[in-house]
Design a protein around this ligand. Structure first.
Ligand code: 2BA
Length: 110
């Protein structure tokens, strides 16, 4: 069994959870905050059988979009000293999804 930890944009979270639930995956949705933008994002926890891993990752890849975002560098966690000389508005590409896959040693429901 694997544990998928997927950090996705709020805009994609509802659709992704809907699609995963419809396919019978167990999903936990956490409201989280990105360290760089200090803005809300969504972290999903999914425990999946090994043979369903690639299908689950396929749903995440299909639904989560990359988005261009313009941010004021003063609003990020960038050290202001490092930003010297940089334009205050910077363009970054966020997403589609940041995904970690971990081996699950034990799975119990009590
Ligand atoms: P944030 O930390 O708010 O980062 C949002 C986006 O800002 C990132 O998109 C990336 O495009 C940009 N970014 C992050 N750090 C940067 C830096 N030092 N300089 C310039 N640009 C930077 P993604 O890479 O798609 O990440 C989306 C969210 O996924 C992140 O939100 C964070 O919550 C999570 N994440 C990304 N990599 C992670 C990691 N290695 N471990 C844990 N969480 C991670």
């Amino acid at each position: 069994m694997k544990l998928i930890i997927a950090i996705v944009q709020d805009e994609d979270a509802g659709r992704l959870v809907g699609a995963l639930m419809e396919k019978g995956y167990g999903v936990t949705k956490l409201a989280t905050t990105g360290g760089f933008l200090r803005a809300g994002n969504t972290t999903l926890l999914l425990g999946v059988e090994d043979e369903k891993l690639s299908t689950a990752l396929g749903h995440i890849e299909k639904i989560c979009k990359s988005r261009r975002q313009f941010v004021n560098s003063n609003m990020t966690s960038l050290d202001p000293a490092m930003g010297m000389g940089l334009p205050s508005n910077i363009e970054i590409m966020v997403g589609g999804a940041t995904v970690f896959v971990l081996d699950v040693q034990q799975f119990q429901k009590y």
